[in-house]
Design a binder for this molecule. Structure first.
Ligand code: ADP
Ligand code: ZN
Length: 710
């Protein structure tokens, strides 16, 4: 018997066990815990020699061929140390149930045996016809033949159908693109870095410059070198597009990893990544925690995107952790964006990241012309949202046979519902947020906790009948206006809460890109990644929307979003333009959009960050204290403030009510910690928090590098 230390996928983290034979670090084990068994991994830390041997429980290896290699273990240690999350919680992100350790069964299909099922009914005939060209999976057969499961079962029982392993899809011929000279130079530079150790490259190209085409070449190069590659996307809705383009480029399908996939599909991907049979993964941020066997390249597409921040559980930024993952694997990482984050630009300027630039659009299409519509001078009619000059431009674009995008980053019909009689606002009972009307569903919805209710006929405060009035627009309301003003146009609304989920959404995007809609009304989802060949005019319905929060990061966010969305116009044919409706044309982010001067905007932002003592020039951390009882939250937050570490140059601000002061029924307070970048902030925070144990219903979460600076 030997002692081993095992990291278990549980808050307790590292425990000491016994094993029959020596188990190497990285071995996946079943570890008894209380009266159940949890999964764990033998870790590198020395085992605890103080515990008497007879008290130790015995672990056993769960897999002969799969294990966690050194780079993955180092990555898990790093994420835990960086985010101050328990190591066991980070391990939990990387492990799946024991089923994932099983070899992946070849896909099964059904085939005709040649035997008669007795009588050839019309339904059975349809099954026979569907299988004439070859076997197919049962679920698909039901769809294609249009028969019920019972019909198929009957034919199986009668011996007319049999199960067989489906042959693997034959790889198609990889399709080599013709790259421009700039693209080619960038692709070659990236490909050359494969196998040359850790490096970070910023691939900075204007919208439509062909960045995706460039990083696909780097992925192909990694595969050609026998390594694995990971492509991280900020949004599930974007994965089908990249999967399709990778399939075309490589001749085989990449693995896809995100929460929209079934547990069985995810188990299969996990297993195939671990045994090396999956060479490319396209995924959302959690794909970072897959057990790659030989990771040779990491790509982070739209690296500036705020969706890369994971806010629940282990709080991490997937772009930053992707860099750590690549470093642990000694592999290059590519950050692609038309509008890189200030943090990334700062690192590039300091020479820590290499920069590859694509300054022009492919095929020579010009960037769109951008105009501001000052709503103070040319307001829309009362109760409507599109100003007269915008309407004229839309009419003109439609009559020229092109598409228009009306962009508003707000789901639903109206963001606020107010009683005309008493002024009462309809609020979420669990959150400090107003309820958003969704007229299609006839409900009022909280976008923070999901609470919803049927829209009432009477005001809940004064009882007035039919007095509840929608205030402000959401995409549904803009759609209503578009249908009224342009009754002959085909209007399509695209929003992330669309019925039917990601599949329906990507089908709708396909229809839009084939030109089957004249006016597209969309939220930020349409701002990213898609090419709509006929789109010539982008209208930003509310350019000021992101600026209202007062967060010092709001300018950067607005500039990025507006650049992305206006960059949808005129991608394929020149002559695209964008109109931004605004009440604040003088705001630096809006003015920079009109001048199309990204460089000056970023230079000013950088100065503002430096002078304001904000990231990336300092390090921030936020501590959110929440409780069901307001006083408990206040007490704990004040305890933290009183016991704050007394360290030169470390500042503790607050506690103050968090930007969302009540969320899901919990009262929230926030402390903000500011320190020089050279300070070992995590260890100071760790000691401070350990000395202030939580009590009652209090919960505490630490956010290193918070997105909001408020
Ligand atoms: P980005 O990622 O910079 O927005 P994409 O790689 O998506 O750009 O390219 C924009 C469009 O141009 C896509 O439809 C893509 O297929 C096409 N494209 C990219 N590179 C080329 C090229 N060298 N020649 C022709 N078309 C290209
Ligand atoms: Zn709510």
């Amino acid at each position: 018997m030997t002692r081993v230390s095992v990291l278990i996928a549980h808050q307790l983290g590292l425990l000491t066990y016994r094993a029959e034979t020596a188990l190497a670090p990285g071995t996946i084990v079943a570890a008894p815990l209380g009266n159940r068994a949890v999964m764990g991994v033998v870790w590198d830390d020395p085992a605890d020699e103080a515990v008497p041997a007879e008290k130790l429980k015995v672990v056993s290896a769960l897999s002969e061929d799969l294990s966690f290699d050194g780079p993955l273990r180092r990555f898990i240690d790093f994420v835990a140390a960086y985010t101050l999350a328990p190591r066991g919680a980070v391990l939990k992100l990387t492990l799946r149930g024991p089923e994932a350790l099983e070899a992946v069964e070849p896909a099964k299909g059904l085939t005709l045996t040649g035997l008669s099922p007795g009588k050839w009914t019309p339904a059975r005939e349809r099954v026979r016809a569907a299988l004439a060209a070859g076997p197919m999976p049962r679920a698909r057969l039901g769809e294609v033949a249009g028969v019920s499961s019972a019909i198929i079962t009957g034919m199986l029982k009668a011996g007319a159908l049999a199960q067989m392993d489906l042959p693997e899809a034959l790889p198609a011929e990889p399709k080599m693109p013709e790259l421009s000279a700039d693209q080619n130079a960038a692709a070659e530079a990236l490909s050359a870095s494969i196998g040359e150790g850790f490096s970070v490259t910023l691939l900075n190209g204007v919208t439509g410059s062909g960045k995706t085409a460039v990083y696909l070449e780097a992925v192909a190069a990694a595969l050609a070198a026998g390594r694995q590659a990971l492509v991280l996307m900020p949004e599930i809705a974007l994965t089908p597009m990249v999967v399709a383009r990778l399939t075309e480029r490589l001749g085989h399908e990449p693995a896809e990893w995100h929460s929209g996939r079934t547990p069985a599909a995810r188990n299969a991907v996990w297993r195939q990544v671990a045994d090396g049979s999956a060479s490319v993964v396209v995924g959302a941020r959690s794909a970072l925690f897959l057990p790659f066997r030989d990771l040779g390249l990491v790509v982070v597409d739209e690296e500036h995107d705020a969706s890369f921040k994971q806010e629940d559980g282990v709080v991490y930024h997937a772009r930053d952790m992707a860099i750590a993952r690549a470093q642990a694997a000694s592999a290059p990482v590519v950050l692609a964006s038309a509008t890189p984050s200030i943090e990334t630009q700062h690192n590039a300027a300091r020479g820590r990241y290499r920069v590859l630039a694509l300054p022009d659009r492919v095929g020579g299409a010009a960037l769109p012309d951008i105009g501001l519509i000052d709503l103070r001078q040319t307001p829309p009619p009362k109760g409507e949202w599109l100003a007269p000059p915008v309407r004229a431009a839309v009419t003109q674009t439609l009559s020229a046979g092109y598409q228009v995008l009306l962009f508003l980053n707000r789901r639903g019909y109206a963001p606020l519902t107010v009683c005309r009689k008493c002024g009462h606002r309809m609020l979420c009972p669990n959150c400090s947020a107003s309820l958003v009307e969704h007229r299609l569903r006839g409900t009022l919805v909280c976008h923070h906790c999901g609470y919803f209710e049927k829209k009432p006929d009477t005001c809940s405060a004064c009882g007035a009948v039919d007095s509840l009035t929608p205030c402000g627009p959401g995409v549904e309301r803009v759609e209503e206006e578009a249908r009224a003003v342009w009754p002959d146009a085909r209007v399509l609304t695209l929003s992330s809460d669309m019925a039917g989920g990601p599949a329906e959404l990507s089908a709708a995007l396909d229809r839009a890109s084939r030109g089957e809609a004249d006016i597209i009304v969309g939220t930020q989802l349409v701002a990213k990644g898609f090419t709509l060949p006929k789109l010539q005019l982008v209208v930003v319905v509310d350019g000021d929307l992101g600026l209202a929060s007062g967060d010092p990061r709001a300018g950067e966010r607005t500039f990025q979003l507006l650049t992305q969305v206006t960059g949808r116009a005129g991608r394929v044919t020149s002559g695209g333009r964008a109109l931004i409706q605004t009440h604040a044309p003088e705001h630096p982010a809006i003015a920079a959009m009109a001048r199309q001067d990204a460089e000056a905007f970023y230079a000013e932002e950088m100065l503002m960050r430096r002078d304001g003592w904000l990231p990336p020039f300092v390090r921030l951390a936020a501590i959110i204290v929440s409780a069901l009882d307001r006083q408990q939250a206040v007490d704990h937050a004040q305890l933290l403030a009183r016991t704050a570490p007394d360290v030169t140059d470390l500042e503790v601000l607050g506690p103050a009510e968090a930007p969302m002061a009540i969320l899901r029924g919990r009262y929230r307070f926030r402390l903000l910690i500011r320190a020089p970048r050279t300070m070992k902030l995590q260890s100071i925070l760790g000691e401070w928090l350990a000395a202030a144990p939580i009590t009652g219903t209090v919960r505490r979460s630490v956010d290193i590098d918070p997105q909001s600076f408020l």
